[in-house]
Write a protein that binds this ligand. Structure first.
Ligand SMILES: *Cc1c(COP(=O)(O)O)cnc(C)c1O
Length: 231
């Protein structure tokens, strides 16, 4: 595993500066945008270094790796976001440790997370992952599946439906990037119009977070720009 880059505090400051600039350009309050530092494949010491530099929210993708790191870093009091593909036989360690799951794409996953969420814990925050574009390799519910899925997830007792998440096709042109993020926002607005109280749009990564903020992102998930390249 790679160690934290020496200049991690500078990188983190630079990301906060860019988030603030993108928020200002969109007339938005930067405090309404949460930076999730995506720490997958990076060791616990790199997460400690990021926390010492002010990061509070961390994103992880792989269940076993994530469980080990969350357990080793309890003392940080961080907020943990699960953002990886989740198989139904691996939900328990996530339900027991995480504060958020951004990648719910079918009811069975949400049902298991709800059933396995410990009684003493607060409700687990969930986002529905939406498949935009037509890349077969990518996960997510299709837009037409969302109304029924949202209604069923909202009825579960130990989870709280917060919003939508996407990993759109990679684009370099900011207008093309915004096109996808606008679709996610529209889908969120349609669910709100059906009575769901959704306050979250989890969208934007190292290469496109400014476009996501322009379209209303409340959570940006940034790995490489903070921790450097992954192996
Ligand atoms: C890895 C990952 C990220 C971070 O990607 P970077 O390009 O390194 O910023 C964000 N979201 C998800 C779902 C990821 O898997």
């Amino acid at each position: 595993m790679l160690t934290a880059p020496q200049n991690l505090p500078l990188r983190l400051n630079e990301i906060h500066r860019r988030i603030a600039a993108a928020a200002a350009a969109a007339g938005r309050d930067p405090l309404r945008i949460t930076l999730i530092a995506v720490s997958k494949t990076h060791p616990a010491e790199a997460i400690r270094a990021a926390a010492a530099a002010g990061a509070r929210d961390f994103g992880e993708n792989y269940v076993q790796e994530a469980a080990d790191k969350v357990d080793a870093l309890r003392d940080l009091g961080a907020t943990w976001h699960f953002i990886g593909a989740l198989q139904s036989n691996k939900t328990r360690p996530v339900a027991e440790r995480f504060d958020w799951v951004h990648t719910v794409d079918r009811l069975k996953i949400a049902e298991r997370l709800s059933a396995q969420r410990p009684r003493f814990a607060t409700a687990l925050n969930l986002c529905l992952q939406v498949h935009l574009g037509d890349e077969p390799s990518k996960a997510g519910a299709t837009p037409d599946e969302l109304p029924a899925l949202a209604a069923a997830v909202e009825a579960l007792p130990r989870v709280r439906l917060r919003g939508l998440m996407c990993i759109p096709p990679e684009e370099t042109d900011p207008d093309r990037q915004r096109h996808w993020f606008r679709q996610l926002r529209d889908l969120r607005d349609q669910l709100v119009a059906r009575g769901h109280e959704l306050d979250t749009l989890s969208m934007g990564m190292s290469g496109d977070f400014e476009a996501a903020i322009a379209e209303g992102a409340t959570h940006v998930r940034i790995g490489t720009a903070i921790f450097g390249p992954r192996e």
